[in-house]
Design a protein around this ligand. Sequence first.
Ligand code: BMP
Length: 214
Amino acid sequence: DTRLIVALDVSPDRAVEIAETLDGYVDGFKVGYEVVLAEGAAGIERVAEVLEESFLLVDLKTADIPEISRSIVERVSEAGANAAIVHGFVGPDVVEECAEVLPVFVVATMSHPGAREFYDRACRDIVKACDDIDGVVGYVAPATRPERVREVRKITDKLIASPGVGAQGAAPGDAVRAGADFEIVGRAITEAHDPVEAAKDLTRAMRTSRPAER
Ligand code: BMP
């Protein structure tokens, strides 16, 4: 129960290696284009096969029309994903279609600075529009901006997973304190000399950290 999801934006070989060593220690893993562009659905399958305890989120940030989005999520499901990440701004019809296939995390807004320009404005409306959809199990909301996590938390009882910890500057624990269930961490673990030690350090920091000043 570390509340950690490790983003494996690395080669399939490295993703499998890290997944094997951290399976059962972290709650989940996330793979996306890096793995899929290297080996296709087989890349997802390879990671799914080594996981015995932790869950696998597949993050292709699906943002196409409902029919195409659904067929993408079907492929992701066949490859062994436990859940898929789907963009929220495309509308609830897309999200609903995907959520019939696999549990879905909806992107509510994003962690990079440019998300303030357009995505943030839609954040509340996205969560409200998606929250009654069966199969929507949670949202992705930015650890870099805990006020957004708080905003999402006020509207929903579903899960919140927050990226932006480490490489993007958020401190471990900030998002959980703002109401997130999971913090998604990529490079701070995958580029560490010892990913296991890095994951342990992050878990400790999440439990003991003070709120970052902002
Ligand atoms: P890192 O910890 O290395 O910055 O990785 C963050 C991960 O979370 C990446 O896989 C990225 O695609 C994802 N992500 C993000 O950083 N911000 C978002 O708003 C949504 C994401 O899925």
